[in-house]
Design a protein around this ligand. Sequence first.
Ligand SMILES: [Ca+2]
Ligand SMILES: [Ca+2]
Ligand SMILES: [Ca+2]
Length: 668
Amino acid sequence: MTNINRLGSAHHGPLQRRRPWNTIVAYWVGLVMWLGTSAAWAQFLPLDPTQMVINAAGGQTAVDGLRIHLGNLGGIQVVRAAAGQYYGDTPTGPQGVNNGFFMAVGPAGSSTVYGPQLDIAWTATAWTPVSQTPVTGQGTAADPYQAVTTVAAGGFRLLQTVRYVVPNVYFEVRLTLVPPAGNTQNVRIYHWIDTYLAGGDFGSAFWQPTTNPTVVGVEKSGQYDVLIQGNRAWNAYFSGRYYRPGALMELGGALDNTLDVDPSTDNGIAAQWDFAAPSSPVTWTYRLATGQSGASTSGDGVISGYESCDDGNTNNNDGCSSIGQVEVGYTCVGTPSVCSVAAPPTITSANVTTFTVGAASTFSVTTSSAQIAAITTASTLPAGITLVDNGNGTATLSGTPASGTAGTYPLTVTASSGVSPNADQSFTLSVNQAPAITSANATTFTVGTAGAFTITTSGTSTAAISTASPLPSGITLVDNGNGTAMLAGTPAAGMAGTYPLTITANSGVLPNANQNFTLLVNPAPAITSANATTFTVGTAGTFTVTTSGTPIAAISTASPLPPGITLVDNGNGTATLSGTAAYGLGGVYTLAITATNGASQTFTLTIASVTRFSSPTATGTGTATAQITGGGLACTFLGDAAFINASGVGTPVPLQFPHGLFSFTLRG
Ligand SMILES: [Ca+2]
Ligand SMILES: [Ca+2]
Ligand SMILES: [Ca+2]
């Protein structure tokens, strides 16, 4: 029976109405054009544009295994022998309405229920699709087909891993529930399947064993669909009228362990797992099986039906259970099955990695395990980093380390598969800090003067410091090898100017630090005024000393100045040499004038003497009269033959009379 025919079968219940056959074609068209047939639909099934297919070439014959379709909201469809097994199967179209994972969060009676449906008559909220991996593997026991679908709701994430080995009649489902940090809400996970056997909805419930069943299913005409408990006991189960699980879970209620054996019942199956305020990820596995090989006969040494092993007995706790299921912690091979304790998980990835503050980083944790191992850590991770179990035996340590998280983090990463012991790996996460240049971004040198500037850096590794920018002649940038560098040297003549540099610090931790740096080279200082001037005794003289260069120089001299003469700094790069030298102080004075910006000058100040006498011009005796110029003094010299010169007589002393013999008295 084809899928189309299957969809066209009558199926009525209080929670949904299924479409009559003549609307099926219109459904496809109507999705695009909405041709008016919608009124005939109580609802329509959502297309799942990202539906993933496992064993795409199978599902056609009795021996090519199952073809498994995975919606991106957790819905599962199964095709076997060219017929769908769960109601709602159309391998290229809508996913089943009542097939998939549901979650109730909160206290019973007030729970919010999430599910895969986008349109259903009850109040479940749709999961949010998060991701779906491609199908990997070869479908062999050594390399099963595998795909992971991740959905989110209410702050929780649910990772659903489906693994399948061709041509088994069963496949493994592994669920990982990841609660939000600090979760205090109770969580109930349901898996609900509306079964559909031998081209019809009806069938009778069966279970094994009849007390506390670990296999719950529906059978009809030798076909069956079953849920097989895995490594975590379910808290409740169901096999009865297909819509009842929805009615029970709608308000977060519990499945009621119903088993309806009436072969005319339109049946479904479901199971439920409860988690009391989970605060860390929890992982468990179970199986779904569907086949047509008659009843499974446990203990006959032949694997048939939904058996995953048969060791020739119906004993438990020897690796193959009384109902032919491989027990947790065992692997079984061959027929009759030989079972051995499964190898515990090991972590196969490296135990160290390095991230960088502010940079998106990722590291993959991998495991080797007979069953898919759950990967967790109870260690504190740096802010911004998470460890996410990918549901396929790997986990991803990733994120962007927050500012201030540089350091070393010893972690314990745990892989658990249900087979003891868990693998605990001591893992070192190092968080590096990329380099930064911490010194100022400018300095000033002067032509002809040695200058030095220290460049400093920070970061978790020592940075090499360099620049590719051209430097003025005489200047070099030398890396000290310790995270600092010296920009130093004496700028050569003519190098005055502004030099924009790019200074790079490279520690191997990316990104490198690049600093825009301004090197200002000032001109060499100089005293630009003449190096000599002449004053005259008795007359006010002035001379301006000028300088060039930056900064503005203060001007001074330590040399003794003639009385009456001062050198005064004007505060603007000039100074004034001025004053009046007294008579008699004529001479040549050598001054060392210096400027505080480094310039110096040997300066000659000549104080010119004047001849103050217009006479005497005669020699002899008698009275001679001389006129003293300057100052307006008038003097009378009185001759006196007793003197041959004027030395030591009267004032001013320096007066000289080289001629004749005079005796005089200076007046005035
Ligand atoms: Ca059904
Ligand atoms: Ca058997
Ligand atoms: Ca056994």
